[in-house]
Design a binder for this molecule. Structure first.
Ligand SMILES: Cc1cc2nc3c(=O)[nH]c(=O)nc-3n(C[C@H](O)[C@H](O)[C@H](O)COP(=O)(O)O)c2cc1C
Length: 304
C-alpha cells in the first residue's frame, strides 16, 4: 500500500453528523451466530462485534431481519421484538464503549428463504417457480441447508405493510442504540428483487420499468426512515467485478459516484438486470460514504 493511501486511510472522514477517525469500515457480514429460531443476538455476537470495534471506526452489522417473515437464515438476528432490542443494546453499549460507531443493516430476504424460517410463505415482487426449483440455491434452515420454498407475489396493498415493518425496525434500531441504519437493497434480497427487471414483472406502480419501482419504492421507504433514524445508508446491487459477474460500465460507475444512480449489475441469487440502466435516485438527498477496497465511494447515504 502506498504511503499516500495509508495516510488517507487513517485520516478522519465526515459522514453527516458523524466524524470517523479513520476509514477502515467493517461491512455487513452474516455469520449466523444469533440464537437459533428466535434470532436474539447471542453472547458470541457480543464478543465478535466488541473485538472488532476501534476508536472512531464504523461497523455495520450483518443482515438483520425486520420481521419474522423477513428472515432468510435460521441463525440470523432480528430487530423486530423487544428481546432483540434488549440483546442488541448490550452489544451497541460495548461497541460504543470502545469509541466506535455502529450501524445495523435492515433486511428482508423476500423469496430467498424457507417457510420453516419465516413461518409463512415467502414473498417477493413476482412469482418465478424456476427459483425454488433451483437446487443450487439453498438456505440455512432448522434441518440444515434446504432449497427455498415456493414464494408468492406481494399484493399491492401489502407493500405499505412491509414499509411499516422497515419503519418499526428502524425505530427499534434507535432504541437499541445504533448510530444509523443501512438498508439492504442488494444481493438478491427483497428490495433487489423489486429493483431487478428479471425478478420484477409487476404491472402496478411498483413495477413497469425498474426506474418506476425505484422512484416509488425507495423514496417512500426513505421518508419513513428519515424521521426515525440518524444516518441511513442504502446498499445497492452493485458489486465489484468478480469471476463470472458482469463488470460495471464506466458510465454507470460515473453515475454512482455522482450519488444519483446505481448500475444494479449484480446477479446474486438469480436477481439481475436484463437491461442495465442507471436507476434514478433523487439528487442531493444522499451524501456519500463507505469506500470499498479498490473503489471510490460507492454507496449513496442520506444523513439527517
Ligand atoms: C461471510 C460473509 C457474509 C456476508 N454477509 C453480508 C450481509 O449480511 N449483508 C451484505 O450486504 N453483505 C454481506 N456480505 C458481503 C460483504 O459485505 C462485502 O461486500 C463482500 O465481502 C465484498 O467485500 P470486498 O469488496 O471488500 O471484498 C458478506 C460477505 C461475507 C464474506
Amino acid at each position: 500500500m502506498g504511503t499516500n493511501v495509508q495516510k488517507k486511510l487513517f485520516t478522519p472522514v465526515q459522514i453527516g453528523p458523524i466524524t470517523l477517525k479513520h476509514r477502515v469500515v467493517m461491512p455487513p457480514m452474516s455469520r449466523l451466530r444469533a440464537q437459533p429460531g428466535t434470532g436474539i443476538p447471542s453472547d458470541l455476537q457480543l464478543e465478535y462485534y466488541t473485538q472488532r470495534a476501534s476508536d472512531g471506526g464504523l461497523i455495520v452489522t450483518e443482515a438483520t431481519a425486520i420481521a419474522a417473515s423477513a428472515r432468510g437464515y435460521y441463525h440470523a438476528p432480528g430487530l423486530h421484538a423487544d428481546d432483540h432490542v434488549a440483546a442488541w443494546k448490550r452489544i451497541t453499549d460495548a461497541v460504543h464503549a470502545k469509541g466506535a460507531y455502529f450501524f445495523t443493516q435492515l433486511w428482508h430476504a423476500g423469496r430467498t428463504t424457507h417457510v420453516s424460517i419465516t413461518g409463512s410463505q415467502p414473498v417477493t415482487a413476482s412469482v418465478d417457480p424456476a427459483y425454488w426449483a433451483d437446487p443450487s440455491i439453498v438456505v440455512d434452515t432448522p434441518d440444515g441447508f434446504r432449497q427455498t420454498s415456493p414464494h408468492r407475489a406481494l399484493e399491492t396493498a401489502e407493500i405499505a405493510g412491509v414499509l411499516e415493518q422497515y419503519r418499526a425496525a428502524a425505530q427499534n434500531a434507535k432504541k437499541a442504540g445504533f448510530d444509523g441504519v443501512e438498508l439492504m437493497a442488494a444481493n438478491g434480497h427483497l428490495m433487489d428483487q423489486f429493483l431487478q427487471d428479471n425478478t420484477n414483472k409487476r404491472t402496478d406502480q411498483y413495477g413497469g420499468t425498474v426506474e418506476n419501482a425505484a422512484r416509488r419504492a425507495l423514496p417512500s421507504a426513505s421518508s419513513h426512515w428519515r424521521s426515525q433514524t440518524r444516518p441511513e445508508r442504502l446498499r445497492f446491487p452493485c458489486r465489484r467485478a468478480q469471476a463470472g459477474r458482469p463488470r460495471c460500465s464506466a458510465e454507470n460507475l460515473k453515475a454512482r459516484r455522482a450519488g444519483s444512480a446505481t448500475c444494479a449489475c449484480s446477479a446474486a441469487r438469480r436477481a439481475r438486470r436484463e437491461r442495465p440502466v442507471p436507476i434514478p435516485l433523487p439528487r442531493n438527498r444522499f451524501g456519500l460514504t463507505a469506500c470499498r477496497r479498490g473503489e471510490r465511494p460507492a454507496y449513496p447515504v442520506r444523513c439527517s
